[in-house]
Design a protein around this ligand. Structure first.
Ligand code: PEP
Length: 247
């Protein structure tokens, strides 16, 4: 039986004061859900998360890490640095980074490898654009994206979390139907099965306009093990409701 996991991706949002208020609300409510939950904040706030969430049931993480270990890479933040702030997770390959920062499948796979090397669990995002869905190549796209990670991580592949995030559903208010999402999750799990005998234990999250009112039906699908939540993770009441929907 896989545990459900709900992860908030705060993106480029927050301030010390706003984070403190949000975290205090989440901490007050943490006893009202049983799933695993985490929040992923911008780098400067990782110290704040480390300080406030230590000893709680909430985990925390970063939204990216460098594919490099160290060196002349101005502006980059390494997995080792992220790990120093108590992070359990790091998101890699979010579609916003793939699209706006030119991250290839191989760069995403290299980031996942760095994360694992420093004891972090990479949450590897995959997903098709609207044009790709309309062209009928969704399965091909997500298989290509996950294959690069499988190839690079080899026997360590079972240590990652996968997030299926159709690009057309992110921040748009348009959600994949539970059936549409389940179909892609099934394809991803089959691909993982071919790579590891532990595929049944791996968590595959759905992300893309998950809200309090659609979370329960999405999470009820056989291969959907929780969610990666953007906009709705910024309001405590919404995030709490989604965590409760996960169990
Ligand atoms: C995301 O950015 O990972 C995401 C799923 O965003 P939203 O929930 O706002 O669609």
């Amino acid at each position: 039986m896989r545990r459900k996991l709900v992860v908030g991706n705060w993106k480029l949002n927050g301030s010390l004061a706003a984070n403190a208020a949000l975290l205090d609300s989440l901490l007050r409510e943490q006893g009202s859900w049983t799933c695993d939950a985490a929040v992923c904040a911008p780098y400067p706030y990782l110290a704040q998360l480390n300080e406030r969430l230590i000893g709680s049931t909430l985990n925390w993480g970063a939204q990216d890490c460098s594919a490099h270990e160290s060196g002349a890479y101005t502006g980059e933040v390494s997995a080792a640095m992220v790990a120093e702030f108590g992070c359990r997770y790091v998101i890699v390959g979010h579609s916003e980074r793939r699209a706006m920062h030119g991250e290839s499948d191989q760069i995403v796979a290299d980031k996942a490898k760095r994360a694992l090397a420093h004891g972090l669990t990479p949450i590897v995002c995959v997903g098709e654009t609207l044009a790709e869905r309309e062209a009928g190549v969704t399965d091909e796209i997500v298989k290509r994206q996950i294959s690069a990670v499988i190839h690079t991580l080899a026997h360590c592949i079972s240590q990652i979390v996968v997030a299926y995030e159709p690009v057309w559903a992110i921040g748009t208010g348009r959600t994949a139907s539970p059936d549409e999402a389940q179909a892609v999750h099934h394809v991803l799990r089959a691909k993982l099965h071919a790579a590891t005998e532990r595929a049944d234990a791996m968590q595959i999250l759905y992300g893309g306009s998950v809200k309090a009112d659609n979370a329960a039906t999405l999470f009820a699908q056989a291969d959907i093990d929780g969610g990666l939540i953007g906009g709705a993770a910024l309001k405590a009441a919404d995030f709490v409701a989604i965590c409760r929907a996960a169990g």
